[in-house]
Design a protein around this ligand. Structure first.
Ligand code: C5P
Length: 239
């Protein structure tokens, strides 16, 4: 099934398979922050992120958002469509936090009057710098048309996930998405949706249940990831 590794990122490895149209993605326990300056293992993180992504992507697909996901293969592996990743990371924000709060001097937790979509250049060497859509087109990373589609899909992901998490006692503060292109030119949601790539705050207590526990040395990292898997796979409350 799995053949040679094609790409190793900070949290995942991508393998070729005997089928040229499919890859296997392996989720690792490795965690990095501040552009790789801080490194550690979060026990069980790979399995949690694989399970959460495998739970959400088919539901997004059913909601009309095309994704690269095919199936979960094991605790830490999933089968996906082979796509070329667009080197533009898309951040969607419901509430001010993180780099947005820092850059603009807006207190963390300030609700935003409308969702904000930001774009970053996917480059470990440069620390994923903020860009705009003109930059991405000018440097040939994506077409205007693809970026329009990416923004539309990112907002649809937000419209699906925000009430999904709210029904499970979680405020979705912000999240990062990546998109890929199929050989046929279709833009599809790729990568993962997990506590590594989202900010999740407990709706009742405000407790952070995401990678900020690792970034900010808050402790209880493994417990927060396990709790998010439990919430994601639980039934909606009050309904
Ligand atoms: O750090 P910042 O506030 O820009 O992060 C916004 C959101 O994007 C957070 O949920 C964070 O976990 C995610 N993110 C990510 N990968 C990056 C940068 C941010 O998953 N390289």
């Amino acid at each position: 099934m799995k053949r040679e590794p094609l790409y190793e990122g900070k949290a995942k490895r991508v393998y070729a398979t005997e089928n040229p149209h499919e890859y296997v993605v392996e989720y690792k326990d490795d965690a990095t922050a501040f552009n790789g300056v801080k490194r550690a293992q979060i026990l069980g993180k790979g399995a949690v992120n694989n399970a959460i992504t495998a739970h959400l992507f088919p539901q997004l697909e059913a909601a009309g958002i095309p994704t690269h996901f095919i199936e979960r293969l094991s605790d830490t592996e999933q089968r996906v469509r082979a796509v070329t990743i667009v080197p533009v990371e898309v951040i969607v924000r419901n509430v001010a936090a993180g780099s947005f709060s820092k850059r603009l001097g807006v207190e963390e937790g300030t609700p935003l009057a409308r969702p904000v979509v930001e774009y970053c250049y996917k480059s470990d060497a440069l620390g994923d710098p903020l860009i705009n859509r003109d930059t991405a087109v000018a440097l040939g990373w994506a077409s205007e048309e693809d970026l329009g589609r990416i923004r539309e899909l990112a907002l649809r992901v937000r419209d699906f996930l925000t009430p999904y998490f709210a029904a499970r006692g979680i405020r979705l503060i912000d999240f990062k998405l990546e998109f890929g292109k199929t050989p046929g030119g279709q833009v599809v949601l790729a990568d993962e949706i997990s506590p590594d790539t989202c900010r999740f705050w407990d709706a009742a207590t405000g407790e952070k249940l995401d990678k900020d526990r690792f970034r900010r040395d808050l402790g209880g990292v493994e417990e927060a990831y396990a709790e998010m898997l439990r919430r994601v796979t639980s039934e909606a409350e009050g309904g």
